[in-house]
Design a binder for this molecule. Structure first.
Ligand SMILES: *Cc1c(COP(=O)(O)O)cnc(C)c1O
Length: 443
């Protein structure tokens, strides 16, 4: 390197990291990451891509634009409300605040009045019991337990109630919930074996009755949340299954998946925990981040003595909910209507108005934008095949990729040579943001 070589002017790493401008920008970034970024910028200067004088400002810029995690927020313009690939339920403002408050030290198992240890998740439990007004046919008290997710709830129930024995399940309910995840295999992994009964399309009470024997640990009813069996079909309802189970002193576990605690008028076919418990299910399992609209969680509701058995099982510790989930769940249950239910109940005319307004603003900018009818979907969380009438903004197909890669990322649907943006799951206050992003794509 000659004396005149500009590369001599590239600041050394240690010098760079001591600069006040770099230190200020690096306040929220770990030392290793700061060094990596510094090296990357220095390398660019060595290759002659930037001048040595550019190293400091470029490093400051790289540090300032760094985000603490790699997950990026997305505007969900697919119209699919519970979109598993996009993180399922968006949290309500109340739940976000509760998350923030619980994120430091918090009294999750501590009684501030007495200074003694207290029951973990007492607030979430109370909120669940208040939100599920079921009166049990047995006359016993209702009890609630929150675990990591729906699958964990099922695993715990199968292990504690039927470990080493059989769980009877209809062939029409042997569901795969996604990404190759099969409920029957999950239960088998708990050391219980699945006793399949009936046929794919039809299962009768006698099928269950004939399978019950000394090896039976529990009867299981699973709501087929992501498909429908139509045509020549028969299934046994919760009430009838509960009668049969109780004749043999066996528990009936009902996995509802969806998360509804009470009936939802806009989804009359969807089962709810209150209905299943009042029909006689001993244990009901639902997810926290589907139609309930909360954080990932597995919610177990049922007869107090059985829930106590699950809570005492050693596996309960391995699947317990963390303080953040407990905080967000409680806030979801006690707060205003969460975004999931708001999106579900949205008036199509309101959706049309917003979509038209956006299309008009775009056309004023010379962008070709149409408005077309578009059905939203409940998503993996329930309401299989229930269309939610609405509207979508129609843009050229080529817009889909830049929209996905923008900030915020906007994910729509590509169909019939067009990019469709359904505003159902886009918060109304984000409409100006969407308009900015769209006009930016054109540029
Ligand atoms: C979604 C679902 C599950 C799994 O729940 P997670 O919370 O995703 O673990 C189990 N059973 C049914 C019927 C479901 O729909």
């Amino acid at each position: 390197m000659s004396v005149q070589d500009p590369r001599r002017r590239i600041p050394r790493t240690d010098r760079l990291l001591e600069l006040p401008s770099v230190r200020a920008a690096a306040a929220a970034v770990g030392t290793r990451v700061v060094r990596d970024l510094a090296r990357a910028v220095q390398d660019r200067a060595r290759r002659g891509e930037i001048a040595p004088e550019q190293v400091e400002p470029q490093l400051v810029e790289a540090l300032a634009s760094r985000r603490p995690g790699s997950l990026r927020p997305v505007l969900n313009a697919t119209g699919v409300i519970v979109h598993t690939n996009l993180g399922r339920a968006p949290l309500s403002a109340a739940a976000r605040t509760a998350l923030e408050r619980a994120s430091g030290y918090a009294d999750v198992e501590f009684d501030l009045a007495t200074g003694a240890r207290s029951r973990r998740g007492a607030g979430a439990r109370a909120a669940l019991l208040a939100a599920c007004p079921a009166r049990l046919p047995s006359g016993e008290d209702l009890e609630a337990l929150v675990v990591n997710n729906g699958a964990a709830a099922l695993l715990l129930a199968a292990t504690a109630l039927a470990g080493g024995r059989e769980v009877i399940l209809s062939r029409g309910e042997m569901i795969e919930i996604g990404a190759g995840f099969r409920l029957a295999e999950l239960i088998a992994s708990a050391g219980a074996s699945i006793r399949e009964v009936g046929a794919t399309n039809r299962t009768h009470r006698e099928d269950y009755a004939a399978a019950i024997g000394p090896a039976t640990g529990a009867l299981l009813s699973v709501h087929p949340s992501n498909y429908r069996i139509r045509g020549f079909t028969a299934a046994v309802g919760i009430a009838e299954l509960a009668d049969l189970a109780h004749e043999h002193a066996l528990p009936l576990v009902a996995d509802l998946g969806s998360g509804l605690l009470v009936p939802e008028p806009s989804l009359p076919e969807e089962p709810d925990a209150t209905g299943a418990l009042e029909a006689g299910a001993d244990v009901v399992i639902t997810s926290g981040d589907k139609l309930l609209g909360g954080p990932q969680a597995g919610i177990i509701l049922g007869r107090a003595p059985i829930i106590a058995r699950l809570a005492r099982h050693p596996m309960a510790r391995a699947v317990r909910a963390d303080k953040l989930a407990l905080a967000a769940l409680e806030a979801t249950l006690t707060g205003p209507v969460p975004p999931v239910l708001a999106a579900l109940r949205l008036d199509p005319e309101q959706l049309r108005g917003r979509t038209e307004a956006l299309a008009q603003a775009l056309r004023a900018e010379g962008i070709e934008a149409g408005v077309v009818p578009h059905d939203g979907r409940v998503g993996g969380g329930g309401g299989a095949e229930v269309p939610l009438p609405g509207w979508a903004l129609r843009l050229p197909e080529a817009w889909a990729a830049p929209l996905r890669e923008g900030d915020p990322a906007i994910v729509g649907t590509v169909r019939d040579g067009a990019c469709l943006l359904d505003l159902r799951c886009v918060p109304e206050e984000s409409d100006p943001l969407l308009l900015d992003a769209l006009t930016a794509v054109r540029r």
